[in-house]
Write a protein that binds this ligand. Structure first.
Ligand code: HEC
Ligand SMILES: [Cu+2]
Length: 357
C-alpha cells in the first residue's frame, strides 16, 4: 500500500494550481470589464490628446516588440554555416563587419529615430494640453484633505464664495481653471475621462484646467497614495448646461436655508440645537449659522450632494444616520469621529440636515 507522503497535499494543490490561476485570471479580467478603461473613453480635450499619446506609444511599442521577436526567433533557429578551414579568416572578417552594421543601424540609428519621433509627439501634445483653448469661465480652488476634497468657487467678492465637498459642478463645453492645494500630504487630482493627473502638493499651488464636452457625471479620484483611506478619496465632476450650472452656483452661494432663528418647525429647530450641542460646529461650517469649523466639509448645502464621505456612501437618510453615529466603522481612520447621540437627537439632527438643500 502506498502511504501518503508528507508532500501528498502539496502535490494535490500543485495539480489544482493551473485551475486556480485560470479562475483568478478570469475574475481579474472580467472585473476590469465592469467599467470601460476610462482613459480611452474620453469626454474632454485634454483627455483626448492624452489618449492619442497613449495610442501612439502602444502602437510603436507593439511594432518594436513584434520586429524584435521575429529577429530573435530567426537568430535562434538559423543554422550556423560551417566554416571551411581554408577561408576561415575572410569569413570571420566579413561576419564581424555584418555584425557591426547591425549594431549601428538596428541598435543605434533606428532606436534613435523612434525615440526622437515619440519625444516630438510628446512635446506637441504637452504644449496642446498645457493651457485651455479659451479663457477659463470659472476658477475653483480644490483642496485635498485626508480623505476628502473641498471645492471653493473663487469670486472677486469673497462674500459670494461657494464652498462644497467632493462634488464639483462645471458648465459643459467650457474650460474651468483649477487651483490645487493640499491641507496635509501629497494627493493627486485625477478625472480620467476629462484630463491627466496633477499632483496636489502641500505648500504649492498647482494649476490645471478641465473641460467636459458632454453633460454627465465624471468619476474622479486621488491618484497618489495618501494613507489608510486613500481609496475612499473620490469625487465627481458634474457637467451641466451653463444655465443649470449658474443656478446651482447661485444656490451654493446662499447661506443655509434654515438659519439660526428662522427655524419655525420645532423638529428642525431642535435639530440645529443638537448640531450645536454635539460639537459638530467644531469641525463643520454651516454658513448663516454660528457653525464655523474648518476641519470637515462645509455642510451648508449638504442635502444637495449625491454622495457623502468622498464617494463612499450615497446621501440617503439611512446612510447619513449611519455615518454620523459611526463614521469610524464606515471609513476607519477618517477625521470624522463616531458621534454618540440619543436616537431622539439623531432624529432631530437628520431632520435639520435634510433642510440644507
Ligand atoms: C473632529 C471633527 C469632526 C466632528 C466633531 C464632526 N465631524 Fe463630521 N466630518 C469630519 C470630517 C473630517 C469629515 C470628512 C470625512 C471624510 O470624508 O473622510 C466629516 C464628514 C461629515 C459629513 C459628510 C459630509 C460630506 O459631504 O461628505 C457629515 C454629514 C458630517 N460630517 C456631519 C457631522 C455631524 C452632524 C457632526 C456632529 C454630530 C459631526 N459631523 C462632527 C469631522 C468632524
Ligand atoms: Cu490621496
Amino acid at each position: 500500500m502506498l502511504r501518503p507522503t508528507p508532500f501528498s497535499s502539496l502535490h494535490g494543490s500543485n495539480r489544482s494550481f493551473p485551475r486556480v490561476a485560470v479562475t483568478a485570471g478570469l475574475i481579474l479580467t472580467t472585473a476590469s470589464c465592469a467599467r470601460a478603461p476610462a482613459i480611452f473613453g474620453t469626454y474632454g480635450l485634454a483627455a483626448d490628446r492624452i489618449a492619442v499619446l497613449g495610442w501612439v506609444f502602444t502602437i510603436v511599442g507593439c511594432a518594436v516588440l513584434a520586429v524584435v521577436s521575429v529577429l530573435l526567433v530567426m537568430a535562434l533557429t538559423r543554422r550556423r554555416k560551417r566554416i571551411a578551414e581554408s577561408d576561415e579568416s575572410t569569413l570571420e572578417y566579413s561576419g564581424s563587419d555584418h555584425a557591426v552594421r547591425w549594431i549601428l543601424i538596428g541598435g543605434i540609428a533606428i532606436p534613435a529615430v523612434i525615440l526622437f519621433f515619440t519625444f516630438l509627439v510628446t512635446l506637441v501634445i504637452q504644449a496642446e494640453v498645457s493651457s485651455p483653448p479659451r479663457k477659463a469661465v470659472a476658477t475653483i480652488e480644490v483642496t485635498g484633505h485626508r480623505w476628502w476634497w473641498e471645492a471653493k468657487y473663487v469670486e472677486a467678492d469673497s462674500s459670494e464664495t461657494a464652498i462644497t465637498a467632493n462634488e464639483i459642478h462645471v458648465p459643459v463645453g467650457e474650460p474651468v481653471r483649477l487651483v490645487l492645494l493640499s491641507a496635509d500630504v501629497i494627493h493627486s487630482f485625477w478625472v480620467p475621462r476629462l484630463a491627466g493627473k496633477t499632483d496636489v502638493i502641500p505648500g504649492s499651488r498647482n494649476t490645471m484646467w478641465i473641460q467636459a464636452d458632454k453633460p454627465g457625471v465624471y468619476w474622479g479620484e486621488c491618484a497618489e497614495y495618501c494613507g489608510l483611506q486613500h481609496s475612499h478619496m473620490n469625487f465627481t465632476v458634474v457637467a451641466e448646461s451653463p444655465e443649470a450650472f449658474r443656478s446651482w452656483l447661485a444656490i451654493q452661494r446662499q447661506p443655509a436655508a434654515v438659519a439660526t432663528d428662522t427655524a419655525t418647525d420645532t423638529l428642525i429647530a431642535r435639530g440645529l440645537d443638537t448640531f450645536r450641542r454635539s460639537g459638530c460646529a467644531a469641525c463643520h461650517s454651516i454658513r448663516g449659522t454660528d457653525a464655523q469649523g474648518r476641519i470637515g466639509p462645509d455642510l451648508t448645502h449638504l442635502a444637495s450632494r449625491n454622495l457623502i464621505a468622498a464617494g463612499t456612501l450615497t446621501n440617503t437618510r439611512g446612510n447619513l444616520a449611519g455615518w454620523i453615529s459611526n463614521a469610524q466603522a464606515l471609513k476607519p481612520g477618517s477625521g470624522m469621529p463616531a458621534m454618540k447621540l440619543s436616537s431622539q437627537d439623531l432624529k432631530t439632527l437628520l431632520a435639520y440636515l435634510e433642510t440644507l438643500k
